[in-house]
Each structure stands twice: as C-alpha cells, then as structure tokens.
Design a protein around this ligand. Structure first.
Ligand code: PLP
Length: 399
C-alpha cells in the first residue's frame, strides 16, 4: 500500500512491523478524544459513557477470543502484556512458595520476541530458572522439545503462536494439551497471528494470550492480555484499582475502543485477508526467484506452517541492511529481521536459532504484505529489488 493522501508513494511491505490504522477504526476512536472524554471511573454521565465504551470493547474482544469479558486486561501493548504474563506468573509462584523451594522455572523458546526473551532474562537475574527450547531449521518448535524441559517446579510455558521474522506457526494447540496434562499454565504471544489465524483461547488451550493493536490495523500503544480465570498471577501495576484492580492507571479509552474495533474487523475479514496476502506473498516469492534463482526461503516451506503474509528470503552476496536502505530510497519499505532490532548490527536471533550461518542471516530480508497491497505493487517491488540487488552486488564486487 502507499500512504493515502500523503503524496508518499511508498510500497509498504512491512506489515509485521506495524499497520496503518483502518479508516473505520479511526472514525470510531475519534469521539473519545475530545467529545466523550470522560474518565471511566467518574460517576456522572460523561464518565459512565466512557465506562460503557470500555465495557463494549471488552465484550467485543472477548467474543473474538471466545472468553469471558472479565478475563481480558487492556495494556499499553504486547510488550507489557508479555512482561505481565511472565513476571506475574513466576512471581505468584515464588510468593506462594515456601523457604527452601527450588526457584520457580519458566519454559520458553529461543525464537520469541524480545518482549518475552528479555522478560525471561530479567527473571533469571532475579533468581528464577528459565529453559530456552530450540527450534528446527524452519523455525518450528516441537512439542516433545517443550515436554523435555518441564520440571516439577515449572510454573509457566511461554511459546509464541507465530514468529514475527520467519512466520513459522507453532503447534500451540498440541502444546496446550501438554500443558493441561501437566497442570502448567501456557502463555502465547499471538501478536503476529491476529487477523491471520483463529484466536479462540479454548481451541488453542492457552491460559494467557497477548495481542497488540497496531499489528491488525488498530492504534499503537494499546494491547491486551487474556488471563484465564483461576490462573495464578501477581499483577504488577499498583494504582487506582482500574481493570478490576489488576492494572492501575486511567484506561486509555480511545485506544481501547480502537483496538476492539480493529480486532473485530480483523477477525471478520480473516479468511479473505489471509487468502489475499498468501496470493501476493507467493507472487513476490515467484518474482524474486525468477530473477534471482539463488534467493533462498528462510522458514517453513509448507504454507500451513507459515503466516500467509510473511516472506523471508536470503539473497547471497548482499547485506540485508544495505539492500533495505537502497529499497527505501527507491520507495519500497521492508525489513531485515525484526524491526525492533533493526539498527543493531547483531544478526537475527531467530535465524541463528534456526542454525543458519551468520553470512546468510545478514543476507536476509523480510517482506510482510497487507490488506491494501496490490499485484501491481508486488511486481514493481520485485523490479526495484532486482535492480537494487544488482547494484549492491556490483558495489560489493561480487556480481
Ligand atoms: C511477536 C511480537 N511480540 C511482541 C511485540 C511487541 O508489541 P508492542 O509493539 O505492542 O509492544 C511485537 C512487535 O513487534 C511482536 O512482533
């Protein structure tokens, strides 16, 4: 998609990093900034209007997840939701334990987003134990590998639903069955799955699930954490008793209203969106392969194991970062690895966990297509990429 009305003709192929706010979603949010601006905790009409909007948003998100409204907690994004899940469950176990108990243990994977990985590392610094399950060469974690890490003191399993870099879909329902059998809560970071894959928590067998508004055409700075009733968790943010006493702080009504509207629309459009994206993604791969036959796919080959909008390719003889900058000058926006680590010279931890050599990691690019992309844009992007790669290789003396 280009940026409408901005005069910017960029072909935007980085929807895994963020998406534009849907026009209908924006229209639903706007009145809550300056007309219906009441504080949901106030007893007069303005406040009660805001409270009703919050209640409606919670009920609508609960319909999509197939849970009770009271099991949804709105947060400032998925980073907060993931942190709360890991720290909250681990600390609850420690606070409920006896002196001399072994430190509570968390099982997670090597391919998680840093919102989970860095929270897990922070727990290790606080004396908790963490195991990081490896993945296979296509970025998929095996149920048996998760099972192998479980100990008597394991208090949480955290495995993402779909990976943000290579789009690999994890066997969450099978891990859910394992977690249920062992009586251990399961958390999933479902950020990249929203709008692409089913999110009903009972079908997935998850006890905690994190989402972020800006990945499915909603606003930035808002997310949610689903917490199954009865999950032992120590809430982290003390304050004025909002969110049923679980997260203090005046609720961000406009953003929450936007998140709920975007989630409902994303869920309703899911099949059509996934089909549209998969078609464009395959066209992009085909176009790249035709012109650059040595380009190689990173991540799952089988479409059922990969997010429909994700393409991650290694192009031998170039540095991904250099190609990205040139693409940007030519009006194509893509990504090398995850947007959150772009700018750092470290190769992607996900590609490394898949066992790819460093040179291949550095030569990798991620394209993530979206709702408004067209076949013409994809063809143009392929042309620009092929030209750019030729130029970069020539400069590097490897053409
Ligand atoms: C898989 C995954 N988890 C968590 C996050 C963090 O989400 P937020 O931007 O809402 O903090 C992202 C964002 O890139 C993501 O892709």
């Amino acid at each position: 998609m280009t940026f409408p009305g901005s005069g910017d003709e960029t072909i935007y192929l980085d929807h895994a990093a963020t998406t534009p706010v849907d026009a209908e979603v924006l229209a639903v949010m706007l009145p809550y900034f300056s007309e219906r601006y009441g504080n949901p905790s106030s007893v007069y009409r303005h406040g009660q209007e805001a409270r009703a909007a919050l209640d409606r948003a919670r009920a609508s998100a609960a319909r999509v997840l197939g849970c009770r409204p009271g099991e949804i907690l709105f947060t400032s994004g998925a980073t907060e939701a993931d942190n709360l899940a890991l720290r909250g469950v681990a600390w609850r176990r420690r606070l409920d334990g006896a002196v001399g108990d072994p430190p509570p243990h968390v099982v997670t994977t090597r391919i998680e987003h840093h919102a989970v990985l860095h929270a897990a590392e922070a727990l290790e610094e606080q004396g908790f134990a963490v195991s990081y399950v490896p993945c296979d060469g296509q970025g998929v974690v095996a149920v048996d590998a998760v099972a192998a890490e479980i100990r008597p003191e394991t208090c949480l399993i955290s495995v993402m639903y779909a990976n943000n870099e290579v789009g690999s879909i994890q066997p969450i329902a099978d891990i859910g069955a394992l977690a249920l059998e062992r009586g251990i809560p399961l958390h999933t970071d479902a950020v990249q799955a929203a709008g692409m894959l089913p999110l009903r928590v009972d079908d997935l067998g998850v006890d905690l699930l994190a989402l972020s508004g800006h990945k499915f055409y909603g606003p930035k700075g808002v997310g949610l954490l689903y917490v199954r009733q009865g999950t032992p968790i120590a809430y982290q943010q003390a304050g004025g008793g909002q969110e049923g006493g679980r997260r203090g702080g005046t609720e961000n009504v406009p953003l929450i209203v936007g998140l709920a509207a975007a989630l409902e629309k994303a869920d309703w459009l899911r099949d059509a969106y996934a089909t549209h994206c998969a078609g464009l993604r395959d066209r992009l791969l085909h176009g790249i392969r035709e012109a650059i036959p040595e380009a190689d796919l990173n991540g799952p080959f089988h479409p059922a194991q990969r997010l429909p909008n994700n393409l991650n390719v290694a192009i031998p003889g170039v540095q991904g970062e250099t190609v990205l900058l040139s693409l940007d000058m030519e009006g194509v926006a893509a990504s090398a690895g995850s947007a959150c680590t772009t700018g750092s010279s470290e190769p992607s931890h996900v590609l490394r966990a898949m066992g790819l050599p460093e040179e291949r990691c550095r030569a990798s690019l991620r394209f993530s297509v979206g709702r408004d992309n067209t076949a013409e844009e994809i063809d143009e992007a392929v042309e620009v990429l092929v030209e750019t790669v030729g130029r970069v290789r020539e400069l590097a003396g490897s053409a």
